[in-house]
Design a protein around this ligand. Structure first.
Ligand SMILES: NC(=O)c1ccc[n+]([C@@H]2O[C@H](COP(=O)([O-])OP(=O)(O)OC[C@H]3O[C@@H](n4cnc5c(N)ncnc54)[C@H](O)[C@@H]3O)[C@@H](O)[C@H]2O)c1
Length: 372
């Protein structure tokens, strides 16, 4: 399968990393390759293609979309471009992998979905949170009927990135390019998770907030934003349950704080993206007792557990993020060689650890406490 990537900002790079690393995580039964990359700025495309071995580079998306060797188009551009690009790609017979939100209005999204079905090409959204193992486990538990009828839910998706008004505004704060503010950006993930886990919505009541209308424009000049910085919503599920969404980029102290709770008449689940190794499940049928019995949330260890063939690497004991530690370690080594720095941790640290190990064995053998 040959893929062309359109847009190479944070998500283009993320997708390229995923494509390149698929064999490590899923085995080598697929042969997937990036054949070309396109960005608005040709020099950026060239840099990306050369740095990450992404084949040819261009600043014209048609070079990707109409390339007969390319099977699939991966759309990582700002939201307003998704519709035109996806439409062209589908009509050209390409499969499409598209970042969220699919488009900037329902009519466009509906048209793309219908077109994909008519043309028989595979078109997938990037709602990546569905693939966090606790969310996959939550879906299983819900499907088993262990949560029962959903009575209420709450989702918070909180960032702090829009608190700094000195920071130059990006396209995500310009409605002409993003099409919608934080509700599009973070809210699309939150809405998708509730749809995925609880089904369709019956009604919504929303309220948007712009707390800092005056910001710093791209050129450093004062600039007024027109895209919501926070959005609040009460929603009713088709099944009758009622829940709340709090979506914000003006939350002091937040990182990537996606916190989800679903409460049913038989059980509840809780998930926190910043605590991604675990799903919390409350089974209302568990026996209580004077001292609590067996009631209470169970912390389910979803730690890197994925269905085959996805669970082979890095293994079910390695916490989510373990690989990042290895990447950081390797970078440190390469940096020490390339830039003549002291390696960290160096062999001196290794030797010290060795000393302690040896003393520990010695202490065990002698059955007494030893000084180091
Ligand atoms: N699924 C996720 O976790 C996730 C996270 C962040 C962003 N996204 C989505 O991915 C898409 C891309 O977001 P990103 O954060 O990678 O953006 P980015 O600003 O980092 O990169 C955008 C890319 O598109 C190109 N581009 C084309 N026209 C542009 C224009 N007019 N203005 C700015 N850039 C333009 C740029 O050259 C750049 O290569 C968006 O739809 C966004 O909603 C998804």
């Amino acid at each position: 399968m040959k893929i062309g990537i359109l847009g190479f900002g944070s998500m283009g790079k993320t997708h390229a990393y995923c494509i390149k690393n698929l064999p490590f995580f899923f085995g080598s039964s697929f042969d997937v390759q990036v054949l070309g990359v396109c960005t608005r700025n040709l020099a950026n495309a060239e840099n990306a293609a050369k740095a990450y071995d992404l084949g040819f580079y261009t600043d014209n998306e048609d070079d990707i979309i109409y390339n007969s060797e390319i099977d699939a188009v991966d759309i990582c551009t700002p939201n307003i471009y998704h519709y035109e690009t996806a439409k062209k790609a589908i009509l050209a017979g390409k499969h499409v992998y598209c970042e969220k939100p699919l488009a900037v209005n329902y009519a466009q999204a509906r048209e793309l979905s219908d077109l994909a079905r008519e043309r028989g090409v595979k078109c997938q959204m990037v709602f990546n949170n569905r693939f966090m193992s606790p969310i996959m486990r939550a879906k299983e538990i819900i499907n088993e009927g262990k949560v029962g009828r959903v009575l209420s839910f709450s989702v918070k998706y909180l960032h702090s990135s829009a608190l700094d008004t000195e920071k130059k505004a990006g396209w995500k704060q310009d409605k002409d390019i993003c099409g919608g503010g934080v509700l599009f950006d973070l809210g699309s993930h939150a809405v998708d998770l509730i749809y995925h886990l609880c089904g369709e919505l019956e009604s919504v009541i929303g309220k948007s907030q712009i707390a800092y209308p005056l910001r710093t424009g791209v050129g450093g000049q004062p600039w007024e934003t027109n895209a919501d910085e926070a959005f609040y919503m009460i929603a009713t599920l088709k099944g009758g349950g009622v829940g709340t969404f709090e979506i914000s980029k003006i939350t002091t102290g937040a990182n990537d704080d996606l916190v989800l709770e679903i409460h049913g008449d038989k059980g509840s689940i809780k998930f926190d993206l910043m605590d991604p190794n675990f799903l919390y499940f409350y089974d209302a049928s568990a026996q209580g007792g004077n001292l609590g019995g067996y009631c209470g949330y169970t912390k389910i260890e979803c730690v890197n557990r994925y269905p085959a063939p996805g669970g082979i690497f890095p293994g079910i004991k390695a916490p989510i993020g373990w690989l990042r530690g290895h990447l950081g370690s390797y970078y440190s080594f390469v940096d020490s060689v390339e830039n003549n720095k002291k390696p960290m941790p160096d062999f001196e640290s290794g030797a010290y650890v060795q000393l302690i190990l040896e003393r520990a064995y010695e202490s065990a053998r002698l059955g007494k406490e030893l000084k180091v």
